[in-house]
Design a protein around this ligand. Structure first.
Ligand code: T1G
Length: 694
């Protein structure tokens, strides 16, 4: 065994050279790996005793891509292309031996090998689009040549990986092997040599491209299909253009086009923001006072109290991850209703081909409904998901404190109430924690994990790890009204509702936030949630705008009208002049002078209060670090990922400019304390710093 670099070894086993990459944690293509691959394969090519080469990785995975930390820095050592060229042009077969995740540059290196073998659990993908870039080492040119244009387009524009079975079926790999991967790959390479099999260079195979030539509908269809999901992102369209180039241009010309597009994207503000989000999500997993080795509780059975929309959605996450769930309801019909909604959700996923009928049955079989809370005694985690009433929640936690076994974690899905008060009646506050899921809970990625004053490290560590296991992004937050997300949303709501009384119209505000990149503006969101939440028809006397809308029967989408009118078929929403005059009349009654408000001011008045609230949240220690706030907003509130999050965005504008503008608004609004900048914001602005400097 020869060390070629500090992270690449070369060993000759019989007539096969084994090149081993060992660059923890994910064998990213850092300089040592690039140099090592180039040098090791070169040596193997020149070694007369060697007839074939195997590239394998140590640790948890095959190469998971370029080293993202190196982006934006001047390249050092060998470029990935040089390593790829020495592999692809080798006169001796090169076999990639894959386990874990062959992603990005890792898959692009494997696509330069002449053969690829993998273990059953391996996954394959080009996720660069999630970083605001594209596969810049030939992925847009080689992947379509192997799996076909349509499959390649969907893999690269979604960024989602495929499994080994599908990779074998599409020809991305040549064999699935079991047992010791290195041994099996060496045996495979020996077989290739013995059978004198050809050196399959992907760049030379054009059948799949020929099949797509002269069919622009493939690309138009895909563009249409991804338009809504990728609105505002630059990378997806660039990927489509690269694949069009693959179909219509010679390889060398098309790969030059790919590199030009890559360079444009990797230096773009969007990619910088998306790469920030990548590392911010990983940072959020780190809890300074809860070390990585904090013992975690095994979660083998979960109990859920309440089979409503949230309870049902939450239960699906655990059933999807193979964890049996017991749902408790007070009445049989409520239980039946809840379980039938869960079944319908699964049936919809199955009908869209997202899960198989077998998966559906398996997951439903893991969800068990009961009417007796005592039957949760053996659960490792119990999540209460009943409506927001403190007395009811305290009742439940008192019972859980008595019923549940020692060591069980008791969680509340409350979106605003005081976890400390709930914990105070449980008799075991160290085991009480908030698990704030977002609706629909089986879809939304974010969980705000709320630590109370006495929540123990074991409960926190267990829930952070469990969130990852059920495919969620978790952020640990402290106790305050609305935690991080809702607290900042409330600040935006106050201003958005003031804006329409000062002269903007609901559809102006929504258009500005929609164009900024939110999936929906606040007023369309209020209509979706229902304007009659907390409204009492018996006592309502037109006190507020919402009361007046509700009294008119305009209670939101469910009544086909709210701030907007809704097409009963398409759910398309259109502005309603009657609502505009209702707002004008209401403002007049309140003596509020109307004025012209431009889009920039609308955006600032909606988002600057969120930034200010973020500063207060950090002052109070409700969030551990600024980037956690961005992870909350990007994964739970539709903040466009290509803008990084409210804190990242504020830093890009400059906190001094934000503070100055807030003071202008304060003056404009007659000294309204609402616009008083947080002390932390003022301090950072004064010092010419940003949240990133904290
Ligand atoms: N570069 C640098 N660090 C990385 C990294 C990468 N590509 N991938 C992971 N890490 C770090 C991560 O920050 C964390 O660090 C630790 O590894 C474990 O990660 C030319 C240009 C592989 C599926 O986009 O999707 O190739 O927090 O917590 O849940 O076309 O990491 O411990 O200090 O996520 O087991 C394309 C990104 C790059 C894959 C493992 N590749 N990584 O998940 O662990 S662009 C990607 C992942 C590219 C080419 C282009 C996941 C994973 P720390 P983790 P995990």
């Amino acid at each position: 065994m020869t060390a070629i670099t500090d992270v690449v070894d070369l060993e000759v086993r019989g007539k096969i050279a084994l090149v081993t990459v060992d660059n923890p944690p994910v064998n990213a293509l850092a300089r040592g790996v690039r140099d090592g691959l180039f040098e090791a394969v070169t040596q193997a090519r020149e070694d007369a005793a060697v007839e074939a080469v195997v590239i394998v990785c140590k640790g948890r995975t095959f190469i998971a891509g370029a080293d993202i930390r190196e982006f934006g820095r001047p390249p050092e050592g060998k470029l990935i292309f040089e390593a790829q060229d020495v592999i692809e042009s080798s006169p001796k077969p090169v076999v990639a031996a894959i386990h874990g995740t062959a992603l990005g540059g890792g898959l692009e290196v494997a696509l330069c090998c002449h053969y690829r073998v993998a273990v059953e659990s391996a996954r394959f993908g080009l996720p660069e689009v999630k970083l605001g870039i594209l596969p810049g080492a030939g992925g847009t040119q080689r992947l379509p040549r192997v799996v076909g244009v349509e499959k390649a387009l969907s893999m690269m524009t979604s960024g989602d990986p495929i499994g080994a079975d599908e990779a074998l079926a599409t020809g991305l790999i040549d064999a699935i092997v079991s047992g010791d991967l290195s041994e099996r790959a060496v045996a495979y390479a020996e077989q290739v040599v013995e059978e004198g099999r050809p050196l399959e260079k992907v760049r030379e195979s054009n059948d799949e491209l020929d099949a797509a030539r002269g069919k622009p509908e493939i690309f138009d269809g895909l563009r249409k299909g991804i338009a809504r999901k990728t609105r505002g992102f630059l990378a997806p369209e660039a990927i489509v253009q690269c694949v069009e180039a693959a179909v219509n241009l010679p390889f060398d010309e098309a790969i030059r086009f790919e590199r030009e597009q890559f360079v444009k994207l990797v230096t773009s503000h969007q990619s910088i923001a998306q790469r920030y989000c990548f590392f911010a999500e990983r940072q959020a997993n780190k809890i300074p006072d809860v070390p990585k080795d904090t013992p975690q509780r095994p979660i083998r059975r979960v109990g859920i109290i309440g089979a409503g929309t949230m309870g049902g959605g939450i239960s699906m996450n655990f059933a999807n991850a193979g964890i049996p769930v017991t749902i408790v309801e007070a009445k049989q019909e409520a239980l039946d209703r809840g379980l039938s909604v869960v079944r319908r959700n699964y049936e919809r996923s199955a009908s869209r081909g997202r899960i198989s009928q077998h998966d559906l049955e398996e997951r439903l079989a893991r969800i068990h409904g009961v009417l007796d809370i005592e039957l949760l005694a053996d659960c490792d985690l119990v999540i209460e998901a009943v409506f927001e009433n403190m007395d009811l929640k305290k009742d439940i936690f008192r019972k859980l404190g008595d019923v549940c076994k020692n060591g069980a974690i008791l969680a509340s899905n409350t979106s605003a109430l005081d976890i400390n008060e709930i914990a105070s009646v449980s008799g075991r506050p160290e085991a009480v924690i908030g698990l704030h899921f977002f609706s629909p809970a089986n879809v939304m990625k974010l969980i705000e994990i709320v630590r109370g004053n006495e929540t123990g490290g074991a409960a926190i560590a267990t829930c952070m790890a469990l969130a990852k296991k059920i495919g969620k992004v978790a952020v640990l937050v402290g106790v305050c009204r609305g935690f991080v997300g809702n607290r900042m949303l409330f600040a935006r709501t106050v201003q958005s509702e003031k804006l329409i009384l000062q002269g903007a119209l609901p559809w102006d505000v929504d258009r500005v936030l929609y164009d900024f990149g939110f999936p929906m503006g606040p007023f369309a969101m209020y209509d979706l949630a229902g304007l009659d939440i907390g409204w009492n028809p018996k006592t309502s006397r037109g006190e507020t705008l919402r009361n007046r809308l509700c009294e008119m029967g305009r209670r939101g989408q469910k009544t086909g009208a709210g701030y907007y009118n809704y097409d009963p078929e398409t759910r398309e929403h259109t502005p309603e002049p009657e609502v505009a005059s209702l707002i004008r009349d209401y403002a007049k009654e309140k003596g509020i002078a109307l004025r012209d408000i431009d889009d920039e001011e609308i955006l600032q008045r909606c988002l600057f209060p969120m930034v200010n609230e973020a500063a207060k949240i950090l002052e109070e220690g409700i969030a551990i670090r600024p980037s956690d706030i961005d992870v909350v907003w990007v994964n739970g509130y539709g903040w466009p990922q290509y803008r990084g999050g409210p804190v990242f965005w504020a830093d890009s504008l400059g906190l001094d400019a934000i503070v100055a503008r807030m003071k202008e608004f304060q003056e404009q609004d007659g000294g309204d304390r609402f616009w008083q900048p947080a002390a932390l914001l003022e301090q950072l602005a004064r010092e010419g710093k940003g949240f990133k400097d904290l």
